[in-house]
Design a binder for this molecule. Structure first.
Ligand SMILES: NC(=O)C1=CN([C@@H]2O[C@H](COP(=O)(O)OP(=O)(O)OC[C@H]3O[C@@H](n4cnc5c(N)ncnc54)[C@H](OP(=O)(O)O)[C@@H]3O)[C@@H](O)[C@H]2O)C=CC1
Ligand SMILES: O=C(CO)COP(=O)(O)O
Length: 351
């Protein structure tokens, strides 16, 4: 019953679906049922009166026709053990969290397929701040299920199509996709790039720098998606370019905001006034970079964020090094790299 789970539950309930939202907190469940507000995560949003909250997972899943997973990505594997005994047979599972598993390098869809076999697995992703969505600002997202789950004879019966229709409302507009990998990669990588944009903004740089990071970040997404079997054009859609643009442009984004605070020189433990906040790009910098290194995809912006967040690299020096990398072609097709004249100025200065 976090912010995005509540927003999606409200969207589906407003679209006329019977929705049960599950979570761990009795108090939050009671508040949603009694006052139609999620007092912990989005107190100012009026929730549909038909939305039912529960802490009983068996009740939440009883008769479900689709199950949406909306927790931080690193908690997903444990959550599977909680839901496994109660899942209706063959019910479609929809990832609404964004990330790649640390250690295994699994896309979250692979994780679900491993932990909960026998279910069609898809993802809902796009430029969707939870609060704006729940307040009814026009919002669009992509719903992707792998091509294996497309019904070629009756496409409207495919899970992506059925779910898109079920969740559509005047303000919420889903688009269908059969490129699950491309959609997942967009969601996982954009958060890391948003931290980079935030860091550069916090360090005092301006719009040119941010636009360069967004565009070159999209290039990193494309190569990772393609290397894993996704499609480049998916990266130019809502779940890639759309979400990247949103997240890299607004302090509403927790990823961008973390970057800004770090760029301004705030110590990590003092960011967000010391409160625990879900920042997927921070944990996913590790999994994205690890996966990219394993399969030989160059992701210099993600590497820079990883080095600053997790290897103690100096922020200013790391970004100077990023800008002074060998000069290369755009797009990357041309295998030519030229030494950058400023590279000599980006070695560590003696203390
Ligand atoms: N917020 C947004 O605008 C959007 C978020 N997302 C994605 O949605 C995912 C969730 O983020 P968001 O809703 O914002 O995060 P929030 O911090 O708002 O909520 C997180 C939720 O996850 C629950 N949770 C945490 N750990 C566990 C666990 N081990 N088992 C079960 N439940 C757990 C929390 O429960 P409790 O309160 O009990 O701790 C809480 O209900 C992320 O991957 C994020 O990238 C995607 C699009 C938009
Ligand atoms: O994914 C999001 C919007 O699409 C939310 O972004 P943040 O997690 O950075 O707040």
């Amino acid at each position: 019953m976090g912010s995005w789970g509540t927003a999606l539950a409200a969207v589906a309930a407003a679209a006329g679906r019977e929705v049960r939202i599950w979570g761990r907190s009795e108090d939050t469940a009671r508040a949603i049922n009694d006052t139609h507000h999620n007092t912990d995560y989005m107190p100012d949003a009026d929730l549909p009166e038909t939305l039912e909250a529960t802490t009983d997972i068996a009740h939440a899943l009883d008769g479900a026709e689709a199950v949406l997973f909306v927790t931080p990505s690193r908690t997903l594997r444990d959550l599977c053990a909680t839901v496994r005994p109660h899942l209706p047979e063959g019910v479609p599972l929809v990832l609404c969290c964004k990330g790649i598993e640390q250690g295994t390098g699994y896309l979250l869809s692979h994780l679900l397929e491993e932990e909960l076999p026998g279910h069609p697995v898809g993802a809902l992703s796009g430029p969707t701040f939870a609060r704006e969505t729940v307040l009814g600002h026009p919002t669009a997202a992509t719903i992707a299920f792998d091509f294996r789950y497309q019904d070629r004879l009756e496409p409207a019966k495919s899970p992506a199509a059925r779910l898109s229709v079920s969740m559509s409302s005047a303000a919420f507009r889903p688009y269908m996709s059969d490129d699950l990998i491309g959609v997942e990669i967009g969601g996982a990588v954009k958060n890391v790039i948003a931290i980079a944009c935030g860091m550069m903004t916090g360090a005092g740089f301006a719009e040119n720098t941010r636009a360069a990071l967004i565009t070159r970040g999209m290039d990193e997404m494309k190569f990772l998606a393609e290397a894993l079997g996704g499609r480049r054009e998916t990266v130019t859609g809502l779940s890639g370019a759309g979400d990247l643009t949103l997240t890299c442009s607004s302090m509403t984004s927790r990823n961008m905001s973390l970057g800004v605070q770090l760029g301004e020189g705030t110590a990590r433990e003092d960011c967000f006034d010391g409160k625990p906040v879900v920042v997927e790009g921070e944990v996913n910098a590790v999994s994205v970079v690890d996966l990219a290194r394993r399969i030989g995809v160059r992701m210099p912006i993600c590497e820079a964020v990883h080095a600053i967040l997790h290897e103690g690299a100096d922020l200013d020096l790391t970004f100077r090094q990023l800008w002074a990398r060998p000069i290369e072609a755009e797009p990357r097709a041309l295998e030519l790299e030229l030494a950058h004249p400023a590279a000599a100025n980006t070695t560590e200065e003696p203390a």
